[in-house]
Design a protein around this ligand. Structure first.
Ligand code: UT7
Length: 322
């Protein structure tokens, strides 16, 4: 039995924030941002939380898959920007979708989250005999961005993408490749709560914002994508030439230009939409997949390679037949 994507959906907040708009409150400009990153605009939530945008994306995916919330056995949300520590975003989604028969939980693998969640669902569906699962990548990164830091606030956007996974006799997920390098984790962080108890020895001040060593992450990303692509194809009978599209996590178009050159691939093999949405972390891969679906770019039998990298530091890839 194989596990395939039976329905895909996405949701973007309505507010479009252009580079010019950001240059009204930090010293930057459209030219620098476009040239150094490829980003022209992003969507920013005006208050809709991660679970709310996740639910909207999920409703589209469920409809396209032709199933209802009550048919779900499993809900996994990949996010680093949950509404709260508890309950999980997945449980909030479960409540709203009346998915009373599902087990629901979140995973935190930053921008690689969707790829990790797909394989977690794939494995659980096979081991526990589940019929239907919902895998979501959803982020409201605008909550955790320091809007006074021009080196990071220009990069990120909010959004959600969701995929319904179903059983199929012939096709679906072929292979996954997952890796993390915890020793490099300091180069991309978001702080959490601090100790402030009657027993705390030394109070510290943690920044609850994205902090990034851009150059370090850039260097990591270029090699991680290549390793993940090689890794997911290894021991399969699929070669790079057989891949119709690579759907990458998008943080900076220069990272993907570099990878395309290194692998001798036409950049058009990579599906890119970060000019419109920026870096949406775990939502970027399903947002792109949804756009491709809506443009009728995904046909039966196409071999698609999803690849992601990010905080952790982490990276991973999924090879699938559509
Ligand atoms: O999904 C999470 C993974 N994250 C990533 O993959 C991000 C990877 N890194 C990057 O995409 C790039 O490193 C950045 C886009 C973050 C930065 O680009 P860069 O080419 O590495 O620039 P830089 O940090 O080396 O900065 C170059 C110059 C600096 O000025 P000086 O010191 O040379 O005078 C910065 O202060 O650009 C300046 N700068 C800016 N100027 C205008 C930094 N941010 C801005 C800005 N507008 N927004």
């Amino acid at each position: 039995m194989n596990i395939k994507i039976g329905g895909i959906g996405a949701y973007l907040p309505k507010l479009v924030v252009t580079n010019d708009r950001i240059s009204e409150f930090v010293t930057t400009n459209d030219e620098w941002i476009v040239e150094r990153t490829g980003i022209k605009e992003r969507r920013i939530s005006e208050g809709e939380n991660t679970s709310q945008i996740a639910i909207k994306a999920s409703s589209v995916a469920l409809k396209r898959a032709g199933i209802k919330g009550e048919d779900l056995d499993l809900i996994i949300v990949a996010t680093i920007t949950p509404d709260m520590f508890m309950p999980s975003v997945a449980c909030l989604v479960q409540k709203e979708l009346n998915a009373d028969n599902a087990a629901a939980f979140d995973i935190n693998v930053a921008c690689s989250g969707f790829v990790y969640a797909l394989e977690t669902a794939n494995s659980l569906m096979k081991s526990l005999n589940y019929k239907n699962a919902l895998v979501i990548g959803a982020e409201t990164l605008s909550k955790v961005v320091d809007w006074t830091d021009r080196s990071t606030c220009i990069l990120f956007g909010d959004g959600a993408g969701a995929a319904v996974l179903v059983n199929d006799e012939k096709k679906g997920i072929i292979n996954s490749y997952l890796k993390t390098e915890g020793k490099k984790g300091d180069s991309l962080t978001i702080g959490a709560l601090e100790f402030n108890t009657p027993f705390t020895k030394e109070k510290s001040e943690t920044k609850q914002y994205v902090e990034m060593n851009g150059r370090e992450v850039f260097k990591f990303a270029t090699s991680a994508i290549i390793k993940a692509i090689d890794g997911v194809l290894e021991n399969t009978d699929v070669s790079l030439e057989d891949i119709k599209y690579i759907v990458p996590h998008q943080a900076n178009v220069r990272i993907l230009d570099y990878v395309a050159r290194k692998l001798n691939l036409d950049i058009n093999k990579f599906y890119l939409n970060l000019d419109k949405v920026g870096n949406t972390s775990s939502a970027s891969v399903p947002l792109a997949l949804n756009e491709m679906y809506e443009k009728n770019m995904l046909n039966d039998g196409d071999k698609i390679l999803l690849v992601a990298f990010g905080g952790g530091l982490s990276y991973g890839a999924t090879l699938l037949e559509w």
